[in-house]
Design a protein around this ligand. Structure first.
Ligand code: MRU
Length: 363
């Protein structure tokens, strides 16, 4: 381990994405595939390496992917900056970098949102003199995307915590903390804020099959913040609810449509159905950068299909026979009817319908 400490409110002792220096500086990603055993920042030397880091989940979580991709454009520009390439070539290359990074993962809209912002900067600066000037503007935008996410996470934390009563049990799925964002998180920010407010909550974290983001990452983050918490297998959620251990479910999101239908880690939809049966409020927490108002219905959200090996032999151990059929969608869609409220940095959307989604997001 090259970094380790326990967290406190306000600042985070670990970051998922870091840029050091000016346009010729260094992008570093916390390699989330190594957690919880090892906390290692990996230097990203090429745009291909950044692309692979997103595909392989070294960096993951909707907001963190967007931030990493924005900085990755800079990584791809560095050879142009070094040789002070002509602006036409630089603009063409910068656009190609955005297009390439956009092919890494299809569901989390934050990736496309961040790259669109970078594209707008490229368009606006296509008449500047040099690659250096263009890169300066792109770095400024990437830093802004990163800073805005910090502010959004802390605001979501405040709004979200206000929904939890003292002494409640809260179930969460996947990982939505500082690892998945700039810092602090979305759904996990609400949990952490409630914890630091002294609300004496207890968290139940689904392990989140197949890649165990809940077990490996959420439990690690909860431990860093010393939040009382219990790990459960995904299939235990119904029983935990029936036993009255859980008063709220809160999850993050990868893409939310105009009517509030929400794509999130596979298993989220099932939790929402269970929560309805047990009359438990089901909350989604996400920044405005996770909304895709160009889509109304959840059925139109592209769902990433991942390799069968993630189910048959994840983490190097074969757990199913070879040459079998496997279905491995990374996400599912929860219809807005099952969502009690969506917590954003702009306020709480409740009840969840198209009119209220558009109203809150236009603030
Ligand atoms: O495949 P992953 O680990 O990137 O999936 C992440 C999730 O589903 C998170 O819940 C979502 O991105 C919200 S992160 C604040």
């Amino acid at each position: 381990m090259n970094e380790q400490s326990n967290a406190s409110v306000g600042t985070s002792p670990y970051v998922s994405v870091r840029w050091q220096g000016d346009t010729l500086g260094q992008l570093e990603l916390l390699d989330q595939t190594l957690l919880p055993e090892s906390l290692q920042m990996v230097p990203i030397q090429s745009v291909e390496q950044a692309h692979e880091a997103i595909v392989s989940l070294q960096v993951r979580g909707a907001p963190a992917i967007g931030i990493a991709a924005a900085y990755a454009v800079l990584v791809g520009m560095q050879s142009l900056v070094r040789r002070r390439a002509p602006i036409d070539e630089s603009v063409q290359q910068a656009r190609a970098l955005c297009d390439y990074l956009a092919t890494s993962r299809p569901t989390a809209v934050n990736l496309f949102w961040a790259l669109d912002r970078m594209r707008r900067i490229i368009d606006r600066n296509s008449n500047v003199a040099t690659a250096v000037e263009l890169a300066n503007q792109l770095l400024r935008e990437a830093r802004q995307i990163h800073d805005e996410d910090r502010r959004m996470c802390h605001a979501i934390g405040e709004f979200g915590a206000s929904l939890f009563e003292h002494g409640s049990g809260i179930l969460t799925h996947c990982n939505t903390g500082g690892l998945a964002t700039s810092e602090f998180g979305t759904a996990l920010a609400a949990i952490l804020t409630a914890h630091y407010q002294g609300k004496q909550i207890h968290v139940y974290a689904d392990e989140t099959r197949p890649l165990l983001q809940g077990a490996r990452l959420t439990m690690w983050e909860l431990q860093q913040h010393r939040v009382p918490s219990t790990l459960i297998c995904d299939s235990m959620a119904a029983q935990v609810m029936r036993e009255g251990k859980v008063q709220y479910v809160i999850v993050g999101a990868d893409r939310i449509t105009a009517r509030g239908d929400t794509a999130n880690k596979i298993g989220t939809y099932g939790l929402a159905v269970l929560a309805k049966h047990h009359q438990i409020p089901f909350f989604v927490a996400a920044p405005s950068s996770t909304f895709d108002l160009s889509i109304v219905h959840g059925a139109d959200i592209p769902i990433e299909q991942r390799k069968p090996e993630e189910i048959t032999c994840a983490f190097g151990k074969r757990t199913a026979p070879e040459s079998i059929q496997v279905y491995n969608p990374a996400f599912d869609v929860t219809p807005s009817e099952l969502i009690s409220a969506i917590i954003t940095e702009l306020g709480i959307i409740h009840p969840v319908d198209e009119d209220r989604v558009r109203r809150v997001l236009s603030k």
